[in-house]
Design a protein around this ligand. Structure first.
Ligand code: NCC
Length: 276
């Protein structure tokens, strides 16, 4: 596979990855019951036009980074899953504009998800691994984790908090581009929350700074900045094609290698700023 130039690759991402949230008009969701649960406003209407955005990976290398102030200086900040702020502000900041969670967390850790205050800030987006290029109907009939009831339960207790379901088509549109731009064959599993979150922010923001997705000099086998759990696979990937995601993001970086080394920071343009 021939590697595209960063400019061409950005155009492919912009034109082929359709970042949308499930709406009341989407097949199985066009019932009167679902109309009550899905947010009335689109994500774009809810967030407006964003300038500088930050995506904060959950990597252990954020520990002792003291990147908090820099992260909070952005107009919007995206975080993942159960990544906490409390007690870690100096390293990861305290602003949360969007939290992207996977369906496993919403389902398997349902009790914590429904109770823990950390989920009550900002806009929530949940995603679920769908079969390769499946239609919404097929996916709805057999999601990877059946998170729909937990989603409804959360909406009932927090009706004012925007909470979206990511259209599952996006993950495979993105995976195809990852595969086309990799020499090796990639396992057909969807991209990580990290990669999905980066592309979501590229659709909403003028510029996206990503922290510790590409590891800095603080690189460690400690999986998360908030846990004492060691696993090399957290950084390199096992289920998700994380290594290929990271190669792609490195290829697109508009910042310096120095920024990666010291801050674990990569700078990507928003799709609005891309000219094809
Ligand atoms: O660990 P996780 O990911 O929540 O991390 C969020 C994103 O940060 C990037 N990351 C994380 C750790 C690390 N050392 N390096 C990194 O680059 C990745 O881009 C990652 O996506 C997920 O992607 O949703 C994932 O979720 C967890 C877990 O389900 C949630 O934390 C909820 O408990 C998965 N772990 C397990 O299933 C055990 C993980 O594989 C993927």
């Amino acid at each position: 596979a021939a590697k595209l130039s960063p400019e061409k690759l950005l155009c492919q991402l912009r034109d082929r990855v359709n970042v949308t949230m499930i709406q009341g008009s989407d097949g199985p969701f066009s019932t009167s019951e679902w109309q009550q649960y899905l947010p009335g406003k689109s994500l774009r209407e809810t967030v407006g036009h964003l300038g500088r955005c930050a995506v904060v990976s959950s990597a252990g290398s954020l520990k002792s980074s003291r990147l908090g102030q820099e992260i909070d200086s952005h107009d919007a900040v995206l975080r993942f899953n159960g990544a906490p702020i409390k007690g870690f502000q100096d390293d990861v900041g305290q602003k949360t504009t969007i939290r992207l969670v996977n369906s496993q967390l919403v389902t398997v850790e349902e009790q914590q998800f429904l109770r823990e205050a950390l989920y009550n800030t900002g806009i929530l987006i949940v995603w679920d691994p769908a079969p390769y290029h499946a239609e919404i109907h097929e996916w709805y009939g057999k999601p990877d984790y059946n998170f729909f009831e937990s989603y409804k339960a959360y909406r009932r207790t927090h009706p004012e908090q925007p909470f979206y379901i990511l259209n599952p088509k996006m993950q495979w549109q993105l995976w195809d581009i990852l595969q086309e731009n990799s020499v090796e064959h990639i396992q057909p599993n969807p991209p990580s929350s990290g990669m999905l979150g980066i592309v979501i922010m590229m659709t909403l923001c003028n510029e996206v700074d990503v922290y510790e997705f590409l590891p800095s000099k603080r690189q460690t086998d400690i999986c998360h900045y908030y846990q004492k759990f060691h696993d090399h696979a957290c950084t390199m990937g096992a289920y998700h094609p994380l290594l290929f995601e990271k190669n792609l993001v490195k290829h697109l970086n508009q910042g310096t290698d120095e920024d990666i080394y010291t801050h674990g920071k990569v700078t990507l343009p928003g799709f609005r700023k891309v000219h094809c």
